[in-house]
Every structure is written in structure tokens, then in C-alpha cells.
Design a protein around this ligand. Structure first.
Ligand code: NDP
Ligand code: MG
Length: 417
């Protein structure tokens, strides 16, 4: 077993981080975006929001621009007609708008020129790769929620961070933020195992037969977290936890053999580290306000949330169990991709983005997701290398392949809906 290497773990560069003063928020209209805005509202005058992006949610963008007059720049990354963009931007004369394929990167350039120091990357999917790399080039502190970027292009992001003089990265994903806090207080030679917890999702106690019949609303009814649709689908099949294991490998340079998952249905403990003398863990109620605030204020202490913090005597019982991979075939496939390395995780992630989208659009069943992922993984060849192009090509090919292979499954949906 190779040991956790404290030198390479410095790629996330905690020593370079500073408390956020001026913020760029990518994915402002989403679930993480809304929680971030909530933190800013709760702590007026502490962090200035100067730039935001949405993909296509123009009504939400209008609400955000009205609520935060400090915003100088806004990006709309999805396709809109020129008339729609002109009509929309006319309502907000003081804001400079960017649109089109490079809008997020242009927003980051403008934000940096206006002294923004931090970007929260809360977009969904591998669309986050390009802005993350741009943010590193520009020397931002990156508060990273967007795990698909690390899963797809982890080696490239790691290298870019290591080569940067100024950029740093603080995890927002709750388990990784907890692990970050635990690892900061641990001598590297003391780490035996880093453990992420998983709630097990809405189907933890259902039989395989019952899971075959679940509907979209059952899948989207997560027991402990309120999140965007794609990550909620990922969580129902434990695929989210597989993606998070790969995310942790890259964020902390921890080898796969030193990472593990425990099912913990109440989602109060987010991560544990096993040391030679026992376990340490980080716990609070399942609320994304904690990790987002931690990432923004790091290395200073986050604000006090006495209204949402609860004491252990008020917690539900803390149960932990091992993952049964036969119950969660998507998780097992993600681990297969992680073990394969190279472009394996990029292929898995791209196939999963398409499969989750097909499920949300009612085109395949929930249990088709791992079937499709297995078909794509088996049909793809994995390559190794460090060039960004290699990962982007693997991502594009896997998307095409998933669409093509999904045609074989599409007819079966009629049995359920
Ligand atoms: P949501 O679906 O709620 O929000 C996604 C955001 O990304 C929206 O602002 C959306 O804009 C924008 N977006 C969608 N597609 C694109 C695209 N192709 N290019 C650029 N922007 C796009 O997602 P979440 O907030 O739930 O999750 C965001 C990320 O954070 C994911 O990677 C997720 O895994 C991770 N994460 C989320 C957690 C949570 O609690 N929600 C917890 C831990 C991690 P629009 O509204 O206009 O479509
Ligand atoms: Mg998480």
C-alpha cells in the first residue's frame, strides 16, 4: 500500500488560502448556489458578491441581481436568442453580461480584474473543467462543489494547482470539507484510512424487486439532503459516493486503497479518519451551509450558526454499516473505473451524466442506469496520460457511446410509467 504523501497533498495549497472578500459564484441558480446566497444574506457586509453565472435560469438570475446590487458581472452560459439576451440585459443597466461558450471564463477574467479573490464552482457536470482551469490560471481560491471536474480531469487539475503560485482549492462537498478539516490536524504518517459516509439514499432498505419499480419522484426524494436533481439521482444509486472517492483521491492525493465508504443513514458524521489509535470524525447536521461557509471563510473561522447547530444529545443514533456492492451496482462500476485509472473515471462520469439525464427525462428506468454504465465501460478502451485533450476526448466519446447504447434500453420504460 502506498502511503498518503503530505507533499503532494499540498496541491490544494491550504497555506495559500485567504478568507474570501470578493466572490464569483458559478452556478448561482442551483442548490449550492442558493445555499451560498443564504450565507451571504446571513452575514451582510462580510463578503461582496461581484459576479454570478447561470446556465439558462433567467428568472432566477433576475431575482439574484435584484437581491444583490453589488453584482457587476453576470454570465449566461446556455444558448439563448440574441433578442432574449438583449431584453434581459436591458433591465440591469449596471451589470455587464457575458454569454456563449466562453462566458464563464470571461466572467472569471472580469472578476479577477475587479479584485475578486474566490470562486465557488457550483455548476453541475464536466462543464466545470474549463472555468476551474481558468480560475487556477488567474490565481483564485477555488471553493469546489463541482465534483465531476475532479473526476474527469483530476490529474490535470492537480498539476495545474501544483504549478500555480497563487491558486488554492478548498472542498465544498460536505464529506471532503470534513475530511479536509480532519487531515489538517493529522500527522500524515498517522493516517491509515480516510472514510466518507453515505446516507444510502431512499432505497437503502428496499429489495432489488422494489427498486426495479421506483419512479422519478421516489428517486428524487432523498432522505437527508436537499440537492439538485442530478446529484440526487447519483445519490440514490450510491454513484455519488463512487464519484466522491475519486474526487478525494485527487483533492488529497490519497491512494484508492486508503479510502473507504461507510453507510451512515442519518448523515450527521460526514467523514472519519482511522489512525493507529482509533477514529476521528467530523459531524454536524446535514446542511450545506457548514461546508460552504467553512470554504469561504477558511483559514479564518466560519460564522456562528447557533440556529442550525444541534448538540449530540439531540442527534439521532449514529449507525454505520459497510456498503453491499451487490445492492449498489453503479457504485461497484464507479470503483471499477477508479481502479482502472487513466481515462476510466472520465468515461464513467460522462456516461453517468448522460444516463442520469436520460432517467430524469423519463427515457430510461432507474435500474437501467448501471446497465448502461456497464455497457459503456465494457465498450470503451482506457488510456493513460496527463494531457487535458485525452480526458476531454474520452468524455466526448463516452457521451456519444452512451446515447447510442441507450437506444437498446429506451423501450423498456413503458413498463413502469
Ligand atoms: P443544481 O442542478 O441545483 O445547479 C446546477 C447549477 O449549474 C445551476 O446554476 C445551473 O444553471 C448550472 N448549470 C447547469 N448546466 C450547466 C452547464 N452545462 N454549464 C454551466 N452551468 C450549468 O446542482 P447542485 O447545486 O445540486 O450541484 C452543483 C454541483 O455541486 C454538482 O457538481 C454536485 O455534485 C455538487 N454538490 C452538490 C451538493 C448539493 O447539496 N446540492 C453537495 C455536494 C456537491 P441553470 O439553473 O440555469 O440550469
Ligand atoms: Mg457529498
Amino acid at each position: 500500500m502506498s502511503a498518503w504523501n503530505p507533499v503532494s497533498a499540498q496541491v490544494i495549497a491550504p497555506a495559500r488560502s485567504k478568507r474570501t472578500e470578493k466572490l464569483v459564484l458559478l452556478g448561482a441558480s442551483g442548490s449550492i448556489g442558493s445555499s451560498t446566497l443564504d450565507i451571504l444574506r446571513r452575514n451582510p457586509g462580510q463578503i461582496e458578491l461581484i459576479a454570478v453565472s447561470v446556465h439558462s435560469s433567467l428568472p432566477k438570475l433576475a431575482d439574484i441581481l435584484n437581491a444583490f446590487p453589488s453584482i457587476k458581472y453576470a454570465a449566461i452560459t446556455g444558448i439563448q436568442s440574441p433578442e432574449t439576451l438583449t431584453d434581459f440585459s436591458r433591465q440591469f443597466g449596471a451589470v455587464k453580461f457575458f454569454s456563449g461558450a466562453h462566458a464563464a471564463n470571461e466572467l472569471l477574467n472580469a472578476g479577477r480584474a475587479a479584485n475578486a479573490d474566490t470562486v465557488i464552482s457550483a455548476v453541475v457536470g464536466a462543464a466545470g473543467i474549463s472555468p476551474t482551469l481558468r480560475a487556477i490560471e488567474l490565481g483564485y481560491k477555488i471553493a469546489l462543489a463541482n465534483k465531476e471536474t475532479m473526476v474527469t480531469a483530476g490529474p490535470v487539475i492537480e498539476r495545474a494547482l501544483a504549478d500555480s503560485k497563487d491558486a488554492s482549492m478548498v472542498p465544498v462537498d460536505s464529506e471532503h470539507n470534513a475530511l479536509f478539516q480532519l487531515l489538517l490536524g493529522l500527522h500524515p504518517s498517522h493516517l491509515k484510512l480516510a472514510i466518507l459516509t453515505a446516507s444510502g439514499g431512499p432505497f437503502l432498505n428496499r429489495t432489488a424487486e422494489e427498486v426495479k419499480r421506483v419512479r422519478r419522484e421516489d428517486v428524487l426524494n432523498h432522505p437527508t439532503w436537499n440537492m439538485g436533481p442530478k446529484i440526487t439521482v447519483d445519490s440514490a444509486g450510491l454513484i455519488n459516493k463512487g464519484l466522491e472517492i475519486i474526487e478525494a483521491m485527487h483533492l488529497f492525493s490519497i491512494p484508492l486503497e486508503q479510502l473507504d465508504v461507510l453507510i451512515h443513514p442519518v448523515s450527521h458524521v460526514h467523514a472519519l479518519v482511522e489512525t493507529s489509535d482509533g477514529f476521528r470524525f467530523m459531524a454536524n447536521r446535514p446542511s450545506m451551509l457548514f461546508p460552504i461557509a467553512h470554504a469561504l471563510y477558511f483559514p479564518e473561522p466560519p460564522p456562528v450558526y447557533s440556529d442550525i447547530v444541534t448538540r449530540p444529545d439531540a442527534w439521532p443514533s449514529l449507525e454505520f454499516r459497510k456498503v453491499d456492492e451487490a445492492q449498489f451496482p453503479g457504485f461497484a462500476l464507479c470503483m471499477r473505473a477508479a481502479r482502472a485509472g487513466g481515462t476510466g473515471p472520465a468515461i464513467f462520469n460522462a456516461a453517468n451524466e448522460i444516463a442520469a439525464g436520460l432517467f430524469l427525462d423519463g427515457l430510461i428506468q432507474f435500474t437501467d442506469i448501471p446497465v448502461l454504465l456497464e455497457m459503456v465501460l465494457s465498450a470503451s478502451s482506457i488510456e493513460k496520460g496527463s494531457e487535458l485533450g485525452l480526458y476531454l476526448e474520452a468524455d466526448a466519446r463516452a457521451r456519444e457511446s452512451t446515447h447510442a447504447l441507450s437506444k437498446n434500453l429506451a423501450n423498456r420504460i413503458k413498463e413502469v410509467v
